[in-house]
Design a protein around this ligand. Structure first.
Ligand SMILES: [Zn+2]
Length: 284
């Protein structure tokens, strides 16, 4: 059954506002021809959402799924790191984590989280998380290449004086890179496809979608201001490229063939993969 799942899977991500620290990369330097104005609505600027925040967000969802099955997850921090807050690290180890890589001593490939994300000893993770390229021009977005429609905005905030006598005099200006009205496909590639990987991905994405307004499970920065509330969904791994594109086409619904695949996925594939995940999680 796992043979009919390709290496490439896609997660649909939709959000009104995404702020990735200050690390959204834009192509405004060549789009603007030197005349770039932050607040010009005519800006046709695209860019890239790097994979770091996406990866952390996904990993956190996967850790939760593993923990809810009664197992512990690999701690994301190196166990030999000089933690500034050792108490926090040790507390983590009591609530659902084991030391990063300690699982390798028990089982060859380590726990499922370690297997997917990799760790020390130059061991690459078996899931490659790609950045998402976004563009405001829907017709130029190729979802099969893990791209998104998204509208880059530079947000400016004035930090004003709180002193009454200053009459809210601005002290400094803070700029923030943001993407609005984001809708696209996050492309993940398995270096090795295992049933438990696919099941864990499916369950983690469900978990993240169900907990999208929890502070812990929002994506990127500005979370106190409603940034990073993400609707997410694993695109049916049985879909071909045409069907994948159709998911994002507002003008077209699912075909009968697609409906059949949904049923197949939910009734045959997913339960079998989930059984493999339960077995794998019980190893550690
Ligand atoms: Zn582990």
């Amino acid at each position: 059954m796992i043979d009919s799942i390709g290496q490439d899977v896609y997660v649909r991500i939709q959000t009104d506002l995404l702020v990735i620290g200050d690390s959204i990369m834009t192509d405004r330097h060549h789009a603007s021809n030197g005349n770039y104005e932050d607040d010009d609505p005519q800006n046709q600027i695209g860019g890239i959402v790097p994979a770091f925040s996406l990866s952390g967000w996904l990993r956190h969802g996967m850790e939760k799924v593993v923990q809810e099955k009664g197992a512990t997850a690999c701690h994301p921090g190196e166990s030999n790191a000089n933690f500034q807050m050792e108490g926090v690290y040790n507390r983590d180890l009591e609530v659902g984590y084991h030391k990063k890589g300690s699982c390798v001593e028990d089982v060859d490939n380590g726990c499922v989280i370690f297997d997917l994300f990799g760790g020390f000893g130059n061991r690459p993770g078996k899931v490659m998380r790609r950045p998402i390229k976004f563009s405001p021009v829907r017709s130029s977005v190729d979802y099969t290449r893990g791209q998104a429609e998204g509208h880059y905005r530079r947000l400016n905030r004035n930090i004003v004086s709180r002193n009454e006598g200053d009459n809210r005099q601005p002290l400094r200006n803070v700029g923030l890179d943001a993407v609005g009205n984001f809708d696209g496909a996050w492309h993940l590639s398995f270096r090795e496809v295992k049933p438990e990987f696919v099941a864990l991905l499916a369950e983690a994405i469900d978990y993240l979608d169900a907990h999208k307004t929890d502070f812990m499970h929002q994506l990127g920065g500005a979370r106190n201001f409603g940034g990073g509330i993400v609707d997410c969904e694993l695109v049916n791994p049985l879909y071909n490229e045409t069907e994948l594109s159709r998911v994002f086409d507002r003008g077209k619904g699912a075909t009968n063939k697609m409906d059949d695949k949904v049923e197949q996925w939910e009734n045959e594939y997913l339960p079998e993969f989930q059984a493999a995940l339960v077995e794998r999680v019980e190893e550690i």
